[in-house]
Design a protein. Structure first.
Length: 321
């Protein structure tokens, strides 16, 4: 099984508060498929500020790293980064509904600073990001992508985080789910389209039917918010998402959700980069290595409560499966 990938709640009352607070949750699970969906792109506000770890990354950019950038990035002074802003705490919209924030955003801004350019995040439907990178529309994809061998056929990756998968259920775990096992038989599992989680459902279902039990049904949604809402409304009994995203959703649910069993299928997140783009992958890797060395990387992860996913050494195309 291959691993995967909340919008900060607005102030609303009653049941809508739960729906908007925890289910307006974010994007990137360990997304697995390259996808072909249309690109729903929304310009993002630059989120760097003098008080953020990203903004405090030392230096104004290395001339050596800047020299490694493609001419289009050098001339514009901007690196365009696609993200699916529905996967808190990794990438999601702030309360203004316009500004994209999160761990990936802070890290992307810090990397851009090391490269001597600015980051411009764009909100893009998850399963459209890799095709858009291949088509040259964006320079990078930072959306909690799991680096896997299948994706490496289309884009290159620089690894930057380690995450597992988790299952979210309603409080009290009424269906007795213990993990990605036969306790899922006969249940509906909400997953975001294009994710590893979605691709795993057929295998889980086959295990059930081979054991003489009812199949697992996938309820695929356009973003992670939709998957969380499906659990809240009872249309699904389980949500499958990346462990940091699942844990954040539970924290924001005011006790309505809990994690079933332990996290599993740990794998690296990767920054997606178009193939044959000169030395861009090497520049990103070196910038990230500097951020790890100077402590900015750790600051960013701890700010978002995901320090357990820190890595020591970023790799180019470091897929584990």
């Amino acid at each position: 099984m291959t691993p995967l990938r909340l919008r900060r709640p607005a102030q609303v009352a009653g049941v809508v508060t739960i729906a908007a607070a925890l289910f307006v949750s974010g994007c990137s699970s360990k997304k697995s498929s390259t996808g072909s969906g249309g690109s729903s792109s929304t310009p993002a506000t630059n989120t760097s500020s003098s008080s953020s770890p990203a903004a405090s990354a030392s230096g104004s950019g290395s001339s050596d790293l800047s020299a490694m950038l493609p001419a289009s990035i050098k001339s514009s002074g901007t690196i365009k980064i696609a993200t699916d802003a529905s996967y808190a705490p990794n990438e999601f919209f702030d309360t203004d509904g316009k500004t994209i924030i999160g761990m990936d955003v802070d890290l992307g801004n810090a990397i851009a600073a090391k490269l001597g350019v600015k980051a411009n995040f764009q909100n893009v439907t998850f399963d459209a990001i890799i095709p858009a990178l291949a088509g040259g529309k964006y320079d990078l994809g930072m959306s909690s992508f799991t680096d896997n061998k299948d994706r490496e056929k289309t884009v290159d990756f620089v690894t930057y985080f380690s995450a597992g998968e988790s299952l979210i259920v309603a409080k009290g775990n009424p269906k007795g789910v213990t993990g990605p096992d036969l306790t899922l038989c006969g249940l509906t599992v909400a997953v975001e389209k294009g994710t590893t989680e979605e691709s795993e459902v057929p295998d889980l279902s086959k295990k059930c039917t081979d054991a003489g039990k009812k199949a697992v049904t996938a309820l695929s949604t356009d973003d992670q918010n939709g998957a969380n809402l499906a659990l809240q409304s009872g249309r699904a009994q389980v949500v499958s998402a990346d462990s940091p995203v699942a844990e954040y959703a539970v924290k924001q649910s005011n006790g309505a959700f809990e994690i079933a069993g332990k996290s599993y299928e740990t794998a690296p997140y990767g920054i997606a980069i178009p193939k044959n783009d000169g030395q861009l992958a090497q520049a990103i890797q070196q910038a990230l290595t500097q951020l790890i060395s100077d402590g900015t990387y750790k600051q960013i992860l701890e700010k978002w409560g995901v320090g357990d996913g820190a890595i020591d050494s970023p790799q180019i195309n470091g897929a584990t499966s």
